[in-house]
Design a protein around this ligand. Sequence first.
Ligand SMILES: N[C@@H](CCC(=O)N[C@@H](CS)C(=O)NCC(=O)O)C(=O)O
Length: 257
Amino acid sequence: MEYAGVEEGRAAPGLRVVLTAGGPGPWSETAKGLLRIKSLDYLPVAQVAGSEDGALRDWTGQTAAPVAVWNDEPPQVRMSEIVLLAERLAPDPALLPADPRARAWTLGICREISGRDGLGWSRRLTMLDAQLARQSEGPGREQTRHFCRKYGHDPARVPAARERVIRTLAWLADELRARKRSGSSYLVGDALTAADVFWAAFAALFAPLPQDLCPMSRGLRRMYTETDPAILEVLDPALLEHRDRIYQHHIGLPLDF
Ligand SMILES: N[C@@H](CCC(=O)N[C@@H](CS)C(=O)NCC(=O)O)C(=O)O
């Protein structure tokens, strides 16, 4: 993917989306998936993982990705706001149901997957913890420490984060099974919603797609690949089949970052 720099992105009109370059960051991949399904054109702007980019902070008030910016509107840094912006700019195909109950449920699933203390956030804490345990002193460990500070790693919180991962994966698998019994192959109702896109992208934090579809450095692949037996036990094959279907039929492959 070709990226603009932050200053160029800031000066450009229309839709600009700041994305983590060079790897399948699940937050950024979710935003890309939503925009792809909606055929929304945008200018990708590079965020370099681990860098504290002053220009990005000046523009968006923070240094993580993704951020979606529409014309002169305030930058949207929360995943729920990015979904709502995408819905507004391209209502068709809708990725949030019209029915309020189904809509609240869909946004709730998205939040449980991507929000603070949700699945991805908790998995990141367990990943950082494992990295700290295996890295010796050096630049790699310094980078890990940086992410630990940025994303609130605290050894005392890791068991609860692991438990959150287990419970959320088990719940998502239950949801899929229940939908399947009703004859649906989607997480909510009978059609694709943002919840399916969120899960597809965040599955990378447990079992990344094969190298030909998702080229990653060995280090990143190792970090993303789940090895905890208790988590693997709830990582139902149906969850990964669902991820594959959503990528094959809706988002498109290979990943490009
Ligand atoms: N703003 C997002 C969170 C985004 C996030 O956690 N981004 C990470 C995921 S890869 C990131 O940019 N990491 C790289 C970095 O901080 O340098 C939210 O509201 O949930």
